[in-house]
Design a protein around this ligand. Structure first.
Ligand code: ZN
Length: 397
């Protein structure tokens, strides 16, 4: 007898195949989308380059950073006018400008969600995620505003951990081993996870809402602290993550754990809706047949353009070489053969520090305490960025 989870999985599989077939028939539309995607990539990388980054983040006034003062009939907003003629003449750039004006007319973009103080690039991410449909992207921004207000996301950096008891925090570290761990060679922060060692008994200690909240906290920490720091250090915009997921121990049982699946889906929904286009690459280490089976089911919830960013790392020496091409030796965790020298350990959980904090978690906790003090005093978006960049120390009360 097949378990219920497996039956559901098979049904979803068949559904995927059908949808895949339909997608193939929309040829013309997808050619246009490919062209827009190439244009968007060009604009995106120009926006990330050093000139634009420095002008936008260190020389602009706060007002200029957070609003598009749409100009006297000019076609493009002031910051886009600085792009090369080649970028400016693309349809992607025209749509971005249109989106900026529309968002401005509807009351602007929430300041705490402008990543790296770069509204152009932030909005371009929403445009890409909305398939270059300006109206849909503007609606997504409206949804973002409502969500951030209702869920009090602006202050989450300071409140999320405070609302979790020590016992819950221990359970999270023990049952869901994950942490930040240095940066890759291009400056993207690295997120480690021992996904195969996730233990869903965590749900005996924590509510599903706690787990979702902790995930949103991680997104806020990346956007408001890790990305500005990484951008400052490499001298151009960094707003994407590199993930390294170790699947050793992954059990097919996760497919029949409906609660785990629904948390997984909710987290994906939030990422795609409110934090779109923030993935550089995900390395999957120690993937066996179980992963292939699980992935066939779970990939329905991933947008197609993100599926290509998944890289399977082969076992053994070859795999280590693949990681070394992207990650400096000292930031490859010791359990994957790197030469990390963290004192307490690379990761928590059964393969690491148990329910104690590892180095990365300790650093994050320190940041969250400081951010919490700032936010308690009513700090705005720019003050938090200045603190993250070390331009402003925490003054005693
Ligand atoms: Zn380490």
């Amino acid at each position: 007898m097949l378990g219920r989870g497996v039956q559901v999985a098979l049904l979803v599989l068949v559904g995927c195949r059908l949808l895949g077939g339909l997608r193939g028939k929309l040829g013309k539309k997808s050619r246009e989308r490919r062209r827009l995607a190439q244009e968007a990539e060009m604009v995106m990388s120009e926006l990330a380059n050093a000139d634009h980054y420095l002008k936008d983040n260190f020389e602009a006034t706060p007002e200029a950073k957070h609003s598009v003062r749409s100009s006297d009939g000019a076609q493009l907003s002031p910051s886009l006018q600085g792009l090369s003629a080649r970028s400016k003449n693309t349809e992607a750039c025209r749509k971005l400008s249109e989106l900026e004006r529309l968002v401005e007319r509807r009351g602007g973009f929430p300041p705490c969600a402008v990543v790296n103080g770069d509204l152009d690039r932030t909005l371009l991410r929403f445009l890409i995620a909305s398939d270059y449909d300006v109206g849909r992207a503007a609606d997504a921004v409206d949804d973002l505003k409502v969500w951030r207000r209702d869920e009090r996301i602006d202050s989450l950096l300071g409140t999320a951990m405070k609302s979790l008891s020590a016992q819950k925090q221990n359970a999270l570290r023990r049952c869901m081993p994950s942490t930040y761990h240095g940066r890759d060679l291009r400056g993207h922060p690295i997120h480690l996870e021992q996904t195969g060692r996730y233990n869903w008994e965590v749900l005996r200690h924590c509510e599903p809402e706690d787990l979702v909240r902790v995930h949103i906290l991680a997104q806020e920490y990346q956007s408001r602290v890790l990305f500005p720091r990484a951008s400052r250090d490499v001298g151009h915009t960094v707003d994407k993550m590199t993930n390294v997921l170790d699947l050793r121990g992954l059990n097919i049982g996760v497919l029949s754990n409906l609660q785990a699946l629904s948390i997984f889906k909710e987290v994906q929904r939030i990422d795609q809706k409110y934090y779109p286009e923030m993935l550089n690459v995900t390395y999957i280490v120690n993937a066996g047949w179980v992963f292939r089976a699980v992935w066939r089911v779970l990939k329905v919830v991933f947008p197609a353009r993100e599926q290509g960013k998944l890289k399977l790392v082969p076992r053994g020496k070859k795999g280590l070489e693949m990681l070394r091409e992207a990650i400096p030796e000292e930031h490859i965790p010791a359990y994957l053969g790197g030469s990390c020298t963290y004192v307490k350990g690379c990761i928590s959980g059964p393969g690491g520090t148990g329910d104690k904090a590892c180095d990365g978690q300790e650093a994050m906790a320190r940041d969250l305490r400081e951010a919490g003090e700032l936010l308690d005093r009513g700090a705005g978006a720019d003050e938090v960025t200045a603190w993250a960049l070390g331009q402003r120390k925490l003054a005693p009360e």
